[in-house]
Design a protein around this ligand. Structure first.
Ligand code: ATP
Length: 243
């Protein structure tokens, strides 16, 4: 982003936008991902582009849930791969969990491009969708999963998820932790824990919280977390911020 100075008030937002555009150019992100990103930007703008207390509360609950999971998996789509590749690898390493590629718009080339990109960023355990395992309750390409990954996972971290698959995962009895700037999306409402924050800001916070918990008392349960209440707080913040 050579022509935008760091002092520009929208520097971070523009830098993130550049990362998504670069993702499309590299064949990692689908052109549809640009639209999803635009929706995210709009909500982030309304949230004042900061991590609110409700996001920190969800991050804390998510960290507890993920460190207590038996088979946690980090699901990766084209947007998150383009935005936070290093953090995805770091999160998976910290949790000793695999990364699994799972994209909405079916494309073998794009799945391969994501795999290669994440490997360049240091990914070691990387699972790909397979024809050997299918999720119930869903018809799209996203039903194809890896038998040792999402299929057997008890907790799935899946940022920027779509509502259908989130619902399917929940119906299969799996816990879902998502990151979604829109507290009203079906994903936000269906997930077990929704972090209403930009994935670019929240992933480093989640990794740091997991490390902190690991270093202290991992057997302690987290504070009670009510996703619906937390989403209501996010919605109130949007209304207050935009008044
Ligand atoms: P749903 O099916 O859950 O109702 P949707 O169809 O509205 O979702 P999608 O296009 O599937 O939305 O996914 C994009 C979602 O990701 C949007 O809710 C958008 O706000 C959110 N999003 C986009 N970019 C980011 C980001 N950088 N960080 C967090 N959330 C984001």
């Amino acid at each position: 982003m050579t022509d935008v100075p760091r002092s520009h008030p929208r520097y971070e937002s523009l830098r993130t936008r550049d990362a998504i555009v670069a993702g499309v150019q590299k064949g990692i992100t689908s052109p549809h991902g640009l639209i999803a990103h635009g929706r995210g930007e709009a909500y982030d703008y309304l949230l004042g582009e900061k991590s609110h207390d409700f996001a920190l509360a969800a991050i804390d609950a998510a960290a507890h849930m993920l460190i207590h999971a038996r088979h946690p998996v980090v699901s990766v789509n084209g947007n998150v791969a383009a935005l936070v590749p290093d953090e995805l690898v770091e999160l998976a390493d910290t949790l000793d969990a695999p990364l699994e590629v799972n994209i909405f718009h079916s494309s073998k080339e794009r799945e391969e491009a994501i795999r290669q990109f994440l490997e360049e960023h240091g990914a070691k355990r990387l699972l790909m969708p397979s024809r050997d395992a299918e999720l119930d309750f869903i018809d799209s390409n996203r039903k194809f999963v890896h038998p040792q990954g999402i299929y057997r996972a008890d907790v799935i971290f899946v940022p920027l998820e779509d509502g259908d698959r989130c619902q399917a995962l929940r119906k299969m009895g799996k816990a879902v932790v998502t990151v979604d700037l829109n507290p009203m999306s079906r994903t936000s409402r269906t997930a077990s824990i929704t972090i209403v924050d930009n994935v670019v800001r929240s992933l480093p916070l989640l990794i740091a919280r997991i490390r902190e918990l690991r270093a202290s008392a991992p057997e302690q349960p987290g504070a009670e977390f009510d996703n619906a209440r937390n989403l209501a707080a996010a919605e109130r913040a949007i209304r207050a911020e935009s008044r």
